[in-house]
Design a protein around this ligand. Structure first.
Ligand code: PAN
Ligand code: ZN
Length: 187
């Protein structure tokens, strides 16, 4: 075959999640961007929640996209800071997360309403099979940092999550992080 891309290398800071050199502009998500994903109305719309550092390649299933996510600690209402969460637009596309720093939970859900909550911290390797929506939650006091690699043409379906939510919510409990049923799931 005729190769489509030239090889390249970038250096990942294993604690901070930053790339040197950066391969693409950093994507910033504030509380305002997460309106409709948190249960509560965001109290500080300009407050940073997370940043995504992409290593972009063509969006084809012959390629592997990757990025790091740096998710700040904090809460909005009764929920810890979290990513929007999504299904892949091409539903069967899978993904791998590698935890680099901080403490988190990976909330996963299927279209038929099953869910799982998996740990995230330095050294965890989370496998996200096709068909599972996924959202990361920072349950600690430091940034949650992880590396993600996924099939190039996966795409991101946020609208389904904005409409339906996840079956469970993660927030501070009396004895550490607590997972509660989401009263508005598909409500
Ligand atoms: C991740 C996520 C990243 C941000 O790279 O895109 O953590 O989360 P949201 O996309 O839900 O805002 C991934 O799962 N990519 O497929
Ligand atoms: Zn994904």
């Amino acid at each position: 075959m005729d190769p489509k891309l030239d090889p390249f290398t970038t250096l990942l800071d294993l604690k901070l999640g930053t790339f040197d050199p950066e391969r693409a502009p950093v994507q910033v998500r504030t509380q305002a961007d997460l309106r409709g994903f948190f249960q509560a109305e965001p109290p500080r719309p300009d407050q940073l929640v997370y940043r995504i550092m992409p290593v972009p390649v063509p969006t084809e299933n012959s390629e592997i996209q990757c990025s790091t996510t740096i998710l700040e600690p904090g809460t909005v209402g009764d929920e810890y800071n979290m990513t929007k969460g999504h299904f892949h637009t091409v539903r069967d596309r899978s993904e791998i997360y590698i935890g680099l720093a901080g403490e988190g939970r990976l909330v996963l859900a299927t279209e038929d309403g099953r869910h799982r909550v998996e740990p995230m911290r330095e050294g965890t390797v989370n496998y996200v099979p096709g068909g599972w929506a996924h959202r990361s939650v920072n349950v600690g006091t430091e940034p949650l940092v992880f590396f993600a690699a996924y099939v190039g043409d996966a795409g991101h379906d946020y609208d389904t999550i904005r409409r339906d939510g996840f079956p469970v919510l993660v927030g501070p409990g009396s004895d550490g992080p607590a997972v509660r049923d989401n009263p508005r799931y598909r409500g």
